[in-house]
Design a protein around this ligand. Structure first.
Ligand code: FES
Length: 161
């Protein structure tokens, strides 16, 4: 799969930041916006082009939570693990999601349908416990409601070939 990566998509970004030292994070953000994540092939190419050791690039990528080294799912589930949600059974909600989609926090399903993340607070504490699927917030959750939410059709559907 990695051999199929179109590295020419990197060219405009490389050109744009050609002589700018300290632009690595911005470049990585733009590269991730293009590819969806930062693959080894892409980072190796970047390292060669900007003459920054690959280990240094990985140091940056792994330091910031905004960067992803593996593909992400079409549907991003974010379960809140903030205090308000925690005291109202947030961990049971996370367990229910994990059971339902078959992955744990930080993982993506093999079919790239779902990625599962946790967040500190989604700003809807009155609705605790909460989760967000893509842009939609689900509140006052129970494990049963989790199952219903995940089967709803307001998530992104697989693109039809
Ligand atoms: S703590 Fe969960 S929404 Fe605020």
């Amino acid at each position: 799969m990695s051999n199929d990566v179109d590295l020419s998509l990197l060219d405009p970004i490389l050109k744009k930041y050609q002589s700018q030292e300290g632009a690595l994070i911005t470049m990585l953000q733009e590269i991730q916006a293009v590819y969806g994540y930062l693959s080894e092939v892409v980072l190796t190419h970047l390292s060669r082009e900007v003459k920054v050791p690959l280990s240094q690039i990985y140091g940056v990528v792994t330091f910031y939570a905004q960067f992803y080294l593996t593909p992400r799912g079409r549907n991003i589930i974010r379960v809140c693990r903030g205090t308000a949600c925690h005291v109202r059974g947030g961990s049971r909600i996370l367990e229910a999601v994990e059971r339902e989609v078959g992955i744990t926090e930080g993982e993506t399903t093999p079919d790239l349908e779902y990625s599962l993340e946790t967040v500190a607070c989604i700003g809807a504490c009155a609705l605790a416990p909460t989760m967000v699927i893509n842009e939609k917030t689900y509140g006052k959750l129970t494990p049963k409601k989790v199952m219903e939410s995940l089967s709803r059709k307001d998530r992104k559907e697989r693109e039809v070939e």
